[in-house]
Structures are given as structure tokens and as C-alpha cells.
Design a protein around this ligand. Structure first.
Ligand code: LMR
Length: 352
């Protein structure tokens, strides 16, 4: 009888260890008592994202982990899972809500699944330059968007930018908006981006980021739109013949945590996370621009992709063609937000 009891106890312990290892009790990992000093009291946060490590988001996530580790003397550990190795695209939002991951940095375009307000950042040519992006995401518009996450039970910790999107295609060169007519283009899941390609007569396909290379290689799509760092790190330039530097849209991220998980943390932990996040965001603001510039040079040096940069004159035609999207989606996004972004745009561009 005694042997059976010992056997049951050992079996139970074994099962508990295995379940713990696979993180079926995620909350337990986050319990942390400030009075305890041992490393065994380490809190672990899983940070999931879909891009490669050598990108503005990948590097920022690693930098954040490094800073949190330093500031907490190793008590708080951020484990980063890049390349969609845990969850892809918008799956990470569900995973966040279910406690399977604790921090995510989803592209703002994909946050339309939470609220249509996010579409404001996808409006075509909304930001004439990097300064305008900075003002947009770190000013009242960005703040309003972060606050909108409260009703989803999510805390938005920061906006991280990846700069401007460009267009790649195997049916090119893409110089005028008419050149996209009939082309199959992979886009992110976003009604505002969809509306732009619909307007141009292209066949946009909303697919996951990590399926893009294969879709292009297999000829299921002709092209895609993305930042240079994503085009470089995922080697889209190896399967695309043409790249147009269009700077037609913004691509950036919101770093998020589930509100309940956030509320469970001590003030000290919250402060460490916020300080590290502020420093990382400032780092991202500087380095995302540089990384995209450097990686464009690498693409030019190491590939035979044909590059066309839209002239100001050519850009005016794109702006004219795509401008109706502002009106088409104004009610959906919210007319006040759309007016705010138009005003921001006019400030940095002057009247078109
Ligand atoms: C994409 O899906 O193209 C991007 O959102 C990927 C990313 O996170 O930068």
C-alpha cells in the first residue's frame, strides 16, 4: 500500500514537472516576490514576434530583454521567440489573451481585428517623412490608439517603428499606379491596405508574413509590400525581380501585454519594464531608420533586383489615385482621427 502511495506521489510529481516545462501553467511563471533575492524567484516573460532577429523589431526585442535583465539584476527574464516560431501574425493576439505568451509586438496594420481605429496608420502616404511618423506614433494620435486597447483588456506599452513600406514584384517595374492592375499582391490583414489595392485593380491576398516567401516562389502571388528590413531579412529580393521605393505606407508595431498579467506584477517589476521599454523605444526610433538604409545598400550590392525610386512627380500620381481611400474609410476609422492624420500630413508636407 505504502509502495503504491510513493509510486502515485512520484508519478504526480513527474506529470507536474512535465506540464510546468511546457508552460501549461503560465501564470505560475510570473509570480515574483520582491523580497526574495534568489534566482529561483526569476520571473519569465515570453515575447513572441514574427520577423527575423536582424530587423528593427527583432533587435529592439533583444535590446529590451537585455535592458530588463540588467535593470532587474537577472530577476526578470524576457525570452524572445522571433520568426513566428511560437505564433504567427494575429494568432499572437489570441495567445496573449490566453496567457501562452506575455509580450507581443504586432504590426499596427493587423490590429484592425481589435478596432478599426488602427487603420489610420495604414492610410496611403499619411506620413511624408520620418519626422511625421515620429510625431504621429508618439504624439496624440499614437496615444489615442494605445488607449483604445484598454477595452480589449490589453495594455499598449509602446509604438516601435519600422519605417516605410516599399513594393516588390515579378511583374514590373512598378512605376505608375496602373502597373499594379491585375497583379496578385500579398498584403497584411488590413481593410485599409485591402482598399488601396482594390482601388488600383490589384488582387490583394491577405496572407501571413512567414508564408510570403513561399507564395512568391511558387508564383501564387506576383509581389508584396514591405519594409526594406523585412525584404532583406527574409530574402524576398532573391525571388522578386523589381523593387519600387515608394514609401507609400507606414509599418510599425505596438508592444502589448495582457492587462491582467500586467496588474499581477509588483510596482517594482512594472517600473523596470516601463523604463526598459522607454529606452528601447528611443533606441528603435534611431536604429530602425539606419537599419533600413543599410539593408537597402546590402540589397543593391548583393542582388540583381531592379530598383526604381519614385520621383516626386511620380509620387503625386500615386497620392492622387489612392487619396479616395481616406474618404472611403473615414467613417469606419473615425472621421476625427482621419482629420487629425490629414492635418499632420499637411504640417510635414505643406499642401499637396
Ligand atoms: C508583415 O506581415 O508583412 C509584417 O507585419 C511583418 C512584421 O511584423 O514586420
Amino acid at each position: 500500500m505504502k509502495n503504491i502511495f510513493v509510486y502515485m506521489l512520484l508519478l504526480g510529481t513527474g506529470i507536474a514537472i512535465v506540464l510546468g516545462y511546457y508552460n501549461l501553467f503560465p501564470q505560475k511563471e510570473l509570480v515574483y516576490d520582491d523580497d526574495q533575492e534568489g534566482l529561483s524567484d526569476q520571473i519569465i516573460f515570453k515575447f513572441s514576434h514574427v520577423v527575423a532577429e536582424n530587423t528593427p523589431k527583432g533587435r529592439a526585442a533583444d535590446k529590451f530583454a537585455e535592458l530588463v535583465n540588467e535593470k532587474s539584476n537577472g530577476h526578470i527574464k524576457i525570452v524572445v521567440f522571433p520568426n513566428g516560431s511560437l505564433f504567427s501574425d494575429i494568432d499572437d493576439i489570441n495567445a496573449l489573451k490566453e496567457g501562452q505568451v506575455h509580450i507581443i509586438a504586432t504590426s499596427t496594420s493587423k490590429l484592425g481585428v481589435l478596432s478599426p481605429v488602427w487603420g489610420v496608420l495604414d492610410l496611403p502616404f499619411a506620413f511624408p517623412n520620418h519626422e511625421a511618423i515620429h510625431k504621429g506614433i508618439h504624439g496624440p494620435i499614437g496615444e489615442h490608439l494605445l488607449n483604445s486597447l484598454q477595452k480589449n483588456g490589453i495594455i499598449g506599452l509602446a509604438h516601435w517603428s519600422n519605417g516605410f513600406k516599399q513594393i516588390t514584384s515579378n511583374k514590373g517595374p512598378i512605376v505608375t499606379p496602373q502597373d499594379l492592375k491585375g497583379q496578385k499582391i500579398r498584403i497584411m490583414k488590413s481593410d485599409v491596405i485591402q482598399a488601396q489595392y482594390d482601388l488600383l485593380g490589384a488582387k490583394a491576398q491577405q496572407e501571413s508574413f512567414n508564408s510570403t516567401y513561399n507564395l512568391i516562389e511558387a508564383g501564387h502571388v506576383d509581389g508584396e509590400e514591405n519594409t526594406i528590413s523585412n525584404i532583406h531579412s527574409k530574402k524576398f529580393y532573391n525571388v522578386q525581380k523589381h523593387l519600387t521605393i515608394s514609401n507609400h505606407g507606414y509599418l510599425g508595431y505596438v508592444v502589448m501585454m495582457d492587462q491582467k498579467v500586467w496588474d499581477q506584477q509588483t510596482k517594482n517589476t512594472q517600473q523596470i519594464l516601463l523604463e526598459a521599454m522607454d529606452e528601447t523605444t528611443a533606441w528603435n526610433d534611431r536604429h530602425s531608420i539606419l537599419m533600413n538604409e543599410e539593408q537597402l545598400e546590402l540589397i543593391k550590392r548583393n542582388s540583381s533586383i531592379q530598383i526604381h525610386e519614385l520621383s516626386d512627380f511620380e509620387k503625386q500620381e500615386w497620392i492622387k489615385e489612392l487619396y479616395p481611400v481616406y474618404d472611403i474609410l473615414s467613417t469606419t476609422i473615425g472621421s476625427k482621427l482621419v482629420e487629425d492624420i490629414k492635418e499632420l500630413r499637411a504640417t510635414y508636407r505643406g499642401a499637396d
